[in-house]
Design a protein around this ligand. Structure first.
Ligand SMILES: Nc1ncnc2c1ncn2[C@@H]1O[C@H](COP(=O)(O)OP(=O)(O)OP(=O)(O)O)[C@@H](O)[C@H]1O
Ligand SMILES: Nc1ccn([C@H]2C[C@H](O)[C@@H](COP(=O)(O)O)O2)c(=O)n1
Length: 248
């Protein structure tokens, strides 16, 4: 019996990472943050003097870094050339450069191959989150979800995260999100886009717990439609329990 494959896409700050991790943990699935992989390769470029806006130089170096992703949803990891990169990939510099680097076709083909290999090897199934998972990376996923939220809600969530660390005001955060989404949606190679067969969930007025509950239900339905072989009895029971807790 094969494992359930879940693709979760959407713009920045819609809750992809938080939702995907919680759903994967509740249901005994692996978890892959593909944005972390694009951030990791961007960090390598910046650390090795490759200008992020020089597409030819980025393409020439795209095969060099060794990117390693750990897929335990309780403790996901990302390493570059054997070094933990989980801190530096979240820097302002990487965030500002990641859309340029991830638009380069040689970068995308390399990272896409890596993502497909990780999904194929996930023993009990996997939740993969990003921008092009449902459209390009895993077009045959058992369930595709596209998360959305208003720019105001996304900026407010991000500003809450940044408080005390990085004094960016709400409107600057909102503008930065919109700019990154425009770059990610406007690139030629596998842009940020809802797959035709994805379920769209607008999270603007939902709590994270409500979004998780909704996605857990969709995954259970997809697993059942597939023949019930993907979410084991124990994991399904844990998911039911979690859904029960959330709805209280
Ligand atoms: N439904 C929600 N209600 C309120 N806050 C939320 C909700 N979903 C996520 N958050 C919070 O919003 C912030 C951004 O969430 P998250 O990192 O999961 O988004 P994302 O879509 O993965 O963003 P990115 O693509 O930029 O990595 C986090 O602080 C998270 O806790
Ligand atoms: N499947 C993906 C995932 C991510 N990216 C790019 C575009 C994003 O701006 C950037 C960082 O992602 P985040 O950490 O914010 O989720 O990575 C992409 O092109 N394709």
């Amino acid at each position: 019996m094969s494992a359930v494959i879940v693709a979760i896409d959407g713009p920045s700050g819609t809750g992809k990472s938080s939702t995907s991790k919680a759903v994967a943990e509740a249901m005994g699935l692996s978890y892959l943050d593909t944005g972390a992989q694009y951030r990791a390769i961007t960090w390598w470029m910046l650390s090795n003097g490759v200008p992020a806006d020089d597409a030819e130089a980025v393409a020439a170096a795209a095969a060099k870094p060794v990117i390693d992703s750990g897929t335990d949803p309780a403790a996901p990891t990302i390493a570059v050339d054997g070094t933990d990169a989980s801190g530096p990939i979240r820097s302002k510099e990487v965030t500002a450069a990641v859309s340029s680097v991830s638009a380069v076709p040689e970068v995308r083909s390399r990272i896409t191959a890596l993502q497909r290999a990780i999904a194929a090897e996930a023993p009990g199934g996997i939740v993969v989150e990003g921008r092009d998972i449902g459209t390009t990376v895993l077009p045959d996923a058992d369930l595709k979800i596209f998360l959305t939220a208003s720019p105001e809600a996304r900026a407010s969530r991000r500003s809450g995260e940044l408080k005390g660390k990085d004094a960016t005001d709400l409107s600057a955060t909102r503008e930065a999100l919109i700019k990154r989404d425009a770059a990610d949606s406007g690139r030629k190679t596998s842009p940020l886009k809802k797959a035709d067969d994805a379920v769209e969930v607008d999270t603007t007025e939902l709590t994270l717990e409500q979004v998780v509950e909704c996605v857990v239900t969709l995954v259970e339905q997809a697993a059942a439609a597939k023949g019930g072989g993907t979410v084991g009895a124990e994991a399904a029971e844990a998911a039911d329990e979690k859904a029960g807790q959330i709805s209280k």
